[in-house]
Design a protein around this ligand. Structure first.
Ligand SMILES: Nc1nc2c(ncn2[C@@H]2O[C@H](COP(=O)(O)OP(=O)(O)O)[C@@H](O)[C@H]2O)c(=O)[nH]1
Ligand SMILES: [Mg+2]
Length: 460
């Protein structure tokens, strides 16, 4: 966006293309009133009566009437962009709106780039960057929860919290810098331990809280990947079918039947979960099955959660231990299946996972599936009760910056606590503040700005 001039006058059709009751062409910039006078026969009256709708005709430079319209003029700075803005409400068809836009452009406006109105609002300090992002997210929201979270960021709730945290960082930084500049003077400063404590309470803990929400936000947007793992024949495919209430995966008594990955979406109380059924995990000689196993291992490594199944009607075998060995250190929920059959007396699940972690189910009868779903949800949300109407749910970009700010603040706190030179803590604190500034846009690079505003539609 940086290459775009900021002080010319831009125009765009702001309503979706197609037939509609009305359509709106929006104009923003210092020449809005002058341009309005050129193409609107009631332009002078419109400018003289700001924020009032005036009926008149849009007239092209050949004097031809293009469309009848209601036009409003809003003088700077109390407008969306912070500049003079005019809005033309005309008939909502693609042709009249296109003709009006052409007329406005030949009267001296420039076609606006996607998101350019909002970009100007950002440049003029009407909104910060997190609010600008929220504008696009409000427009694109697909669920009521996503909308509520975007609205709360649009209202500036994230920016407010970031600002409070930033103030704390700067306050501590000032103390630390005083210790750097006047090391020998007996300054009335807090002890290093108290400063570290202050960082923990007033910066790290709110940052962690926001990050926990970000996780939930991403889960809501992208869904979580849950992989079913275990040796062949323990009932993975049966569990997938039971959870989906349909026969999606092939279930047979022949071990090693599932060779490819089967993936299905499951709605877990509003939490979208991508459930992945895998080939049984075991060392194999068959080439096709081997492919299935290596895919399963790769998928499990990228999962948010792995459900590890065993068969409760038989003792553990080497294959169970091998299957366990295939899994990396992902969060694993161990599950004993087939509890409709009598449990084998020699079964020792505690050899694989602590006894209190195991869930017991029957994929056949459905017993224990509700508790399983609850446990999956809990594990994915990590104790968070899930999104509520007050959640802010920072987006991915904001999450990365929050994480970086937290890491730098932690480093500063630990430097202070361990009596390391205050210069080190000062560097970390400045870095933390910088990452917060990236969220609000005070320090965002052109690249970041381009990325954000390019996701907007034209006219917003
Ligand atoms: N009794 C009983 N049998 C089950 C249960 N779950 C699966 N099975 C049976 O175990 C066999 C293997 O099941 P399948 O889902 O194909 O296992 P996978 O190889 O792990 O995918 C099939 O004959 C299923 O009908 C269960 O909960 N109870
Ligand atoms: Mg299977």
């Amino acid at each position: 966006m940086k290459h775009l001039p900021e002080n010319d006058t831009i125009a765009a059709i702001s309503t979706p293309i197609g037939a509609g009751g009305i359509g709106i062409v929006r104009i923003s910039g210092p020449n809005s009133s002058e341009i309005l006078n050129k193409f609107f026969n009631n332009g002078a009256r419109t400018v003289a009566n700001p924020r009032k709708m005036v009926l008149g005709w849009v007239v092209d430079n050949g004097g031809l009437r293009v469309d009848q319209a209601l036009v409003v003029f809003m003088p700077a700075p109390r407008t969306y962009t912070g500049q003079d803005v005019a809005e033309i409400q005309a008939h909502g068809g693609p042709m009249p709106l296109q003709k009006i836009l052409e007329t406005v452009i030949s009267a001296g406006a420039r076609p606006a780039a996607p998101g350019e109105f909002t970009y100007r609002a950002f440049l003029n300090g009407k909104i910060d960057l997190s609010q600008a992002e929220a504008v696009a997210e409000v427009i694109q929201a697909k669920t009521a929860q996503a909308l509520a979270a975007a609205q709360s960021r649009l209202a500036g709730r994230l920016a407010e919290q970031i600002d409070l945290i930033r103030q704390e960082l700067i306050a501590v930084l000032a103390q630390v810098e005083a210790a750097v500049d006047f090391p020998d003077e007996d300054l009335e400063i807090l002890s290093e331990h108290d400063l570290a404590r202050r960082l923990e309470d007033r910066a790290m803990s709110p940052l962690k809280n926001l990050l926990a929400q970000a996780r939930t936000g991403l889960l809501l947007q992208d869904g979580a990947v849950v992989v079913l793992a275990g040796k062949p024949n323990v009932g993975k495919s049966s569990l997938l079918n039971a959870l989906l209430h349909e026969d999606r995966a092939i279930v047979t008594e022949v071990p090693g039947t599932t060779r490819d990955l089967i993936e299905e979406w499951l709605d877990l109380d509003g939490l979208p979960v991508r459930l992945v059924d895998t080939a049984g995990l075991r060392p194999v000689t068959d080439v096709v099955e081997e492919q299935g196993v290596s895919r399963a291992v790769a998928r499990a490594a990228r999962a948010d959660l792995v459900l590890f199944l065993i068969d409760g009607s038989e003792p553990l075998t080497d294959e169970d231990h091998q299957a366990r060995g295939f899994l990396s250190e992902k969060p694993i929920l161990p599950v004993i299946n087939k509890i409709d059959l009598s449990r084998h007396p020699a079964l020792r699940p505690d050899l694989l996972f602590p006894p209190e972690n195991w869930l017991a189910i029957s994929a056949l009868t459905g017993q224990g599936l509700d508790s399983l779903c609850q446990a999956v949800r809990q594990s994915l949300l990590q104790g968070d009760s899930g999104p509520d109407s007050t959640a802010i749910l920072p987006n991915l970009r904001q999450q990365l910056d929050l994480g970086a700010a937290l890491a730098a603040t932690e480093a500063a706190a630990s430097a202070l606590k361990n009596g390391r030179p205050p210069e080190l803590a000062a560097v970390d604190l400045r870095e933390a503040a910088y990452h917060l500034d990236e969220i609000t846009g005070q320090a965002a690079s052109d690249e970041v700005l381009n990325q954000i505003f390019s996701t907007f539609c034209i006219g917003k």
